[in-house]
Design a protein around this ligand. Structure first.
Ligand code: BGC
Length: 516
């Protein structure tokens, strides 16, 4: 039976027409194309530098990419069992989950609640932060376990900021990223104040693992896909984690670990090229960095991550209005456009998603959000600029993935990815795949098939829920190690067993609100 298409097939890019654009505006578009386009040769040289920086981060001297060992030792088998709590402290929300890993391989049940992270908290005090988080956990437990006498529940805490870990239940915040700026947390272990806040409220929880969202993504994806080798986040921030052999981590040499033992490395690759040796930074990238709460940090992240895409776009438009000889939005009130961070990545997504050749949706969006009425040539420029910024982000992001593959000599593998940019930004996946092909010189896919979905040697796929299932799995793996007496990289193994109902799935029924 013939299939009937109810929707037109989506084109990778619209045709667009530059026919009636004045010459000086065309020149401006050309200038932007030159500024933001990263060609194959540049992608390759960035990747090669990236690869050596990954190695430098693992060396005793260290480099700007932190390459933090996480003490998450090895992949799950799919046979992990038990009930765990997971907490994800995101930029906008705080999510608390209770996850049951049943006997069936690769399955899980989850119940979850979401709490808003008040904006003021991001720049408030440490006490306010930990108090708020503990309150949310308390609420969750009271709601879901009303009147029950509870053992302590083991918790996997997804703390998605660069933290150095001497143990899995420990983490010294190196620096805040993604616009957070809370005094008195950087340079300190975040676990004791978090546990103290729980203690104060008598919340029956034992922190079992402090994890990064990328490690959670890697482990959750590997739970259901044995080809998974890398976990990535392309969202408000960007980063990746992968498994490294202890024998290939010179900075851990003094610990005399089994060289064949695998340990997840949280790369913190947002810090790539903090010394500005290779990335093609534009004047706009420089302004973003200068005006950020942590200038000089997260150079790579500031060029590719969701938090900054809208701001880059805003800065270019403002520059074209004010400084450049070609004045766009002439005679219009641009005061809304002057507000820093007033446009987020979804604004760019919407522009790239505008299905109409005359860009009528973009026109309306500008008028509604910014009170600016765009001319047809301005709309063409706006659309092209969004494409350029979105494409640069995807192509530079691919350099990080390619660098890990080259470092580990992975000819084929799956990469699990999560985050708003990966999931929602139009064409991000296709542009990333195209860049990987250029960097890694693929001419055909797996098994000699044509390149494309399902056949590309390295594929970046939507990940399983890393900060939920991933955090629970890492808590489960940690408890299993404690039970087996393998306590390397665990600070408080005794505390984890004492009073913690570790792992019997049959001991308690969890109502499956959603099951994947
Ligand atoms: C943080 C990482 C995190 C990434 C994605 C970055 O800003 O430093 O720890 O994995 O954002 O959330």
């Amino acid at each position: 039976m013939a299939t009937r298409h109810t929707q037109p097939r989506r084109q990778p890019s619209r045709k667009g027409s530059m026919a009636d654009i004045p010459k000086d505006l065309l020149q401006e578009i050309k200038r932007l194309e030159d500024l933001f386009t990263v060609d194959t040769a540049k992608l390759k040289s960035i990747t090669s530098h990236f690869q050596s920086e990954l190695a430098k981060g693992l060396s005793k001297e260290g480099g700007s990419i932190p390459m933090n060992p996480t003490w998450c030792m090895g992949f799950p088998t799919g046979h992990e069992t038990g009930t765990f709590l997971a907490l994800d402290m995101g930029g906008t929300n705080l999510r608390v989950c209770e996850i049951n890993l049943p006997e069936e391989k690769g399955e899980f049940d989850i119940i979850q609640s979401k709490y808003r992270m008040p904006e003021e908290l991001k720049t408030g005090t440490a006490d306010e932060l930990w108090g708020y988080i503990a309150d949310c956990l308390q609420q969750f437990i009271e709601y879901h376990h009303e009147g029950e006498k509870l053992d302590k529940l083991p918790l996997g805490f997804t703390f998605s900021y660069p933290a150095t870990q001497d143990f899995i239940d420990h983490g010294v915040l190196q620096r805040w990223t993604k616009g957070f700026d809370i005094d008195g947390v950087e340079g300190k272990d975040v676990v004791p104040p978090f546990e103290a806040a729980l203690e104060e409220r008598g919340v029956p929880i034992k922190l079992t693992a402090l994890i990064n969202d990328t490690t959670g993504t890697l482990i959750a994806s590997a739970y259901t896909d044995s080809e998974m080798r890398i976990g990535c986040i392309f969202g408000t921030g960007c980063n990746a984690a992968y498994m490294e052999h202890c024998g290939d981590i010179p900075k851990l040499e003094h610990m005399k670990l089994d060289p064949n033992q695998e340990i997840a490395i949280n790369c913190e690759w947002g810090a790539f090229d903090n010394e500005h040796k290779i990335l093609p930074r534009t004047q706009y990238d420089i302004i973003i960095d200068k005006d950020s709460p942590r200038p000089g940090q997260q150079s790579f992240e500031k060029m590719v991550a969701g938090l900054y895409l809208g701001e880059l776009f805003r800065l270019v438009l403002l520059d074209l209005h004010e400084v450049a000889h070609v004045k766009i939005f002439e005679g219009q009130d641009v005061s809304s456009l002057k507000k820093p961070y007033s446009l987020d990545a979804s604004f760019l997504s919407d522009i790239e998603n505008d299905p109409f050749e005359n860009l009528s949706e973009t026109h309306d969006r500008f008028e509604k959000a910014l009170g600016i009425k765009c001319t047809k040539p301005e709309l063409e420029l706006i659309r092209r600029l969004a494409e350029l910024i979105g494409t640069r982000s995807a192509r530079l992001s691919a350099c990080g993935v390619a660098a890990i593959c080259l470092k580990k000599n992975y000819k084929t593998c799956h990469v699990g990815a999560d985050g708003s940019v990966f999931n929602k930004y139009p064409h991000f996946k296709a542009r990333g795949a195209q860049a990987l092909k250029e960097i890694l010189d693929w001419d055909k896919g797996r098994d000699g098939k044509a390149l494309g979905k399902g056949h590309d040697p390295v594929e970046i796929l939507p990940a399983e829920d890393g900060s939920g299932v991933g955090a629970a799995l890492i808590a489960a793996l940690t408890l299993k190690r404690v039970q087996e007496g393998k306590v390397m990289g665990i600070r408080d193994p005794e505390g984890m067993l004492k009073g913690t109902k570790a792992a019997d799935p049959k001991s308690k029924e969890v109502a499956p609100e959603s099951k994947k």
